[in-house]
Write a protein that binds this ligand. Structure first.
Ligand code: PEP
Ligand code: MG
Length: 551
């Protein structure tokens, strides 16, 4: 038995086999001549069939997450696999004695050159698709792993790290737990694990590697441990841990239907953070007061191409209707930084967290932004929707957003499409600039929502993605808590509410501080709602103070 120690980022304990996911390195393309054409033809045929199967699965998953439009790109890739010119070019090279890898690379290059020679930007953009298909074939030819989607049975998924686009494509029914070499508590993998209620541990280091693939292990998100080949005493400890979890869950269930308020009756609604319409069932099961943050960018991450207005409208409407009149705060997409999407074709940046992300990207691509806002306004006719703008630093950004919202409303009115003309428009407070400008921003916003994950990162100059910075990345730092006070005071001065939707909101030890600050609402992973409600109901709000702000 060996114990690897990391950081627990999502609670709970499980036992199961390890599945180590390795991102295949770009395979070297070999120009080997003198290969046996028959066996190379066979290898390529197998790789093509496996690629077609993967694309079929990806299209199915994208359709479930983001509707028909989401599947379109993977379907287009499947057609490229069958492209007659490319297939015959590869076959000819193989018949001349070249390796299948070389044949695929050359056929792809020829297809790309044809697209480039047209001089048409729309066709030029398709070269990325050709490259993607060629890379998939190369990976399969080099014996690359099956896709994450086709996990054989429930596993403890281990990896160096997982990108947001990889996590969104996971078959969640097959993931018992997640363990990563790197990562941090506020990385999007961690946030997703908490949203799904899957135990997770990060920062396990290089000892977590491929050699562990297939081994039995216990993962505990509470202790941050991955126990390899557990002995009978570790299994016994797990059993009692599971028994504790079950009784704990039963205690939480007793909170269902009770109010989110302190022992002296002060209300503090506890809402939920979600990433997809599929998460609404967890919100309802945990009796969330509403949805305080729908990270809409996951619709874009799940799709193979820009989700259309119709696809987004259906997703937002579905969530609004399922919540039956309870407030649903939908954040406009926050792409960029760690959430990269191939089809956005973003230019590589030296410091992407400080780059063209979130609202900056939306304002730089107004047509795309308009599509999302039209979908949101249309969906507002079917429920209680509010819109939230991320990464705001300046007043002019909110004014620019409001202007586009007005244009969208005028268009919809002209087209006689129903919408709610009074949708509340909120500003995320997640940059120190937004805190300093909070009095002015409060004049432009209907509500504030504090994103403590980014506020901590930008205040403490500390990368939220980076493992090993735990002593520095401290959301409880007085520098962060004092900014909560500045923002809360500005909001209340202007008569607008302020909530917290960053991960700090789930920190039950801070409830007295939040109450003393006058925070009006919290939004947390669905699995944290009942726990927080129980803690809140045990607090006397008249005895809360701001001691933690003193450091
Ligand atoms: C935050 O920054 O706290 C937040 C809620 O947004 P995200 O984690 O998606 O960046
Ligand atoms: Mg943020």
């Amino acid at each position: 038995m060996t114990v690897l120690q990391g950081h627990g980022i999502s609670q709970g304990a499980v036992h199961g086999p390890i599945y180590f996911f390795r991102r295949s390195p770009k395979p070297a393309e070999s120009a080997r001549l003198g290969c046996d054409p028959e066996s190379e033809h066979k290898r390529l045929a197998h790789a093509r069939a496996a690629a077609a199967q993967e694309l079929l699965e990806l299209a199915g998953a994208a359709e479930t997450e983001a509707g028909e439009n989401g599947a379109a790109l993977f379907e287009a890739h499947a057609m490229l696999l069958e492209d007659e010119d490319a297939v015959s070019a590869a076959d000819t090279l193989i018949s001349q004695g070249h390796s299948a890898e070389y044949a695929v690379a050359q056929a792809a290059r020829a297809a790309e050159n044809l697209l480039i020679d047209t001089g048409r930007p729309d066709l030029y953009a398709r070269t990325a698709d050709v490259e993607d298909v060629a890379e998939r074939l190369q990976r399969l030819l080099s014996g690359g792993q099956e896709s994450l989607l086709s996990l054989p049975h429930p596993v403890i998924l281990c990896a160096e790290d997982l990108s947001p686009s990889e996590t969104i494509h996971l078959d969640k029914t097959k993931i018992l737990a997640i363990a990563t070499q790197r990562g941090s508590a506020t990385s999007h993998t961690a946030i997703l694990a908490r949203t799904l209620g899957i135990p997770a541990v990060c920062g396990l280091g290089d000892e977590l590697n491929e050699s562990l693939h297939g081994q039995e292990a216990i993962l505990s998100g509470d202790t941050g441990q991955l126990i390899l080949n557990p002995d009978p005493s570790a299994m016994q400890a797990l059993d009692s841990n599971l028994a504790r979890q079950t009784s704990h869950q039963a205690q939480c269930q007793a909170m269902i239907g009770l109010d989110d308020c302190t022992s002296d009756g002060r209300p503090m609604p506890i809402c939920c953070n979600i990433a997809s319409p599929a998460d609404v069932s967890a919100v309802l099961a945990n009796d969330g007061h509403g949805i305080g943050l729908f990270r809409s960018e996951f619709l874009y991450l799940a799709a193979g191409d820009y989700p259309s207005e119709e696809v987004q409208f259906r997703a937002y409407r579905q969530v609004a209707e399922a919540m039956e009149g309870k407030r649903v705060v939908i954040r406009t997409m926050d792409i960029g930084a760690d959430k990269q999407i191939g089809y956005f074709q973003l230019r590589p940046e030296e410091n992407p967290a400080l780059g063209l992300r979130a609202i900056r990207l939306c304002l730089a691509r107004p047509q795309m932004f308009r599509t999302q806002l039209r979908a949101l306004y249309r969906a507002s006719a079917y429920g209680n929707i509010a819109i939230l703008f991320p990464m705001i630093a300046s007043v002019w950004e909110v004014q620019a957003c409001r202007k586009i919202c007005r244009q969208v409303m005028e268009e919809l009115a002209e087209q006689e499409i129903p919408f709610d003309p009074n949708i509340p428009l909120g500003v995320m407070i997640e940059t120190p600039a937004a805190v300093m400008m909070a009095p002015e921003l409060a004049g432009e916003a209907d509500f504030f929502s504090v994103g403590t994950n980014d506020l901590t990162q930008y205040t403490l100059a500390c990368d939220r993605q980076c493992a090993g910075l735990e002593p520095y990345y401290n959301p409880r730092h007085p520098a962060v808590l004092r900014q909560l006070k500045l923002a809360a005071d500005a909001a209340h001065q202007a008569g607008i509410p302020i909530g917290i939707c960053g991960e700090l909101a789930a920190d039950a030890d801070l409830l007295p501080t939040f109450l003393a600050l006058g925070i009006d609402e919290l939004s947390v992973a669905p699995a944290s709602v009942l726990l927080l409600r129980a803690a809140l109901r045990g607090i006397d709000s008249t005895a809360c103070d701001l001691r933690l702000l003193m450091g």
